[in-house]
Write a protein of this length. Structure first.
Length: 275
């Protein structure tokens, strides 16, 4: 005998009830003690100190939407190199930062900018005001974590860890091998805008799970950045220090960002239409 519609609905409701009551199964290798879990996350993050390789950057921001091929090299704590390539594969804009200093070269305008490695200056090329230290940490797979461990809630395949320091909170979704799946940062303005970081397409390396895909989203400013690594070199020996230094090319106009009041506008990236 065919079940009636009422019987079918009752069966669905029963299944949903059972699913809701099913025990949450976090990864067995993760601690449910907030302090111990934070230590696991920090240890996993410490396993990746440097990454370099080709990638594709996708940008969605007011007045700028599209993709651009990039070469990126980062080394903790604050060494950053981002090279945006034009349609022909030539460097159109390059940003380097290390030791509290930053330089940007706009090859199309032949203008060389130099100044302090602040989030505002980084945002002239990468339109999100995060310091080099924070961007480097994100690209290494574990953002800068601040605040004390407050709570750890088990979920299905993950544990949600909350860090708290005054008005600032960080909510971390932690997956197997203490890899971060998502991190949300709130209450850090104006120094650090509220933002969310999502990691995906993990590869299992000897000491860590490394995300090949990274997305950073902010509401104020309304920006979404997505970076997809191609075949990144993770770890290994220290990167060439020359990657993080840049002198002004001959004939380039030099602008001192610390001495010149420029509007906080971003330099135009050589974006191609997003698919």
């Amino acid at each position: 005998m065919m079940p009636t519609r009422l019987q079918s609905l009752a069966a669905v409701a029963a299944a949903l009830t059972l699913a809701a009551c099913a025990p949450r199964r976090p990864p067995p290798d993760l601690s449910l003690d907030p302090a111990a879990l934070l230590a696991q996350v920090e240890a996993a993050g410490a396993a990746v100190t440097r990454v370099q390789g080709e990638a594709r950057l996708r940008l969605d921001a007011p007045g700028a939407r599209g993709t651009v091929p990039v070469f990126v090299a980062v080394e903790r704590p604050d060494r950053l190199h981002v090279e945006a390539l034009d349609f022909f594969g030539n460097p159109a804009a390059t940003l380097v930062a290390a030791g509290g200093r930053l330089a940007i070269y706009d090859a199309r305008a032949r203008t060389f900018y130099v100044g302090s490695a602040t989030g505002a200056n980084v945002a002239r090329l990468v339109p999100l005001p995060l310091s080099p230290e924070r961007l480097v940490a994100i690209l290494c797979g574990t953002p800068v974590l601040e605040g004390g461990p407050d709570a750890a809630e088990p979920g299905s395949g993950e544990v949600t860890l909350t860090l708290r320091e005054g008005p600032r909170t960080a909510t971390l979704r932690v997956g197997p091998r203490a890899a971060l799946l998502r991190a949300s940062f709130r209450g850090g303005a104006p120094a650090v805008p509220d933002h969310e970081v999502a990691f995906g397409a993990f590869v299992d390396l000897e000491r860590v799970r490394f995300p090949i895909e990274v997305a950073v989203t902010s509401r104020e400013p309304a920006v979404r950045l997505e970076l997809s690594w191609k075949e990144p070199e993770v770890g290994g020996k220290s990167l060439d220090a020359g990657l993080f230094r840049m002198d002004p090319p001959a004939g380039a106009k030099v602008v001192d960002l610390d001495a010149t009041e420029l509007p906080p506008a971003s330099l135009p990236l050589p974006l191609q239409p997003a698919p």
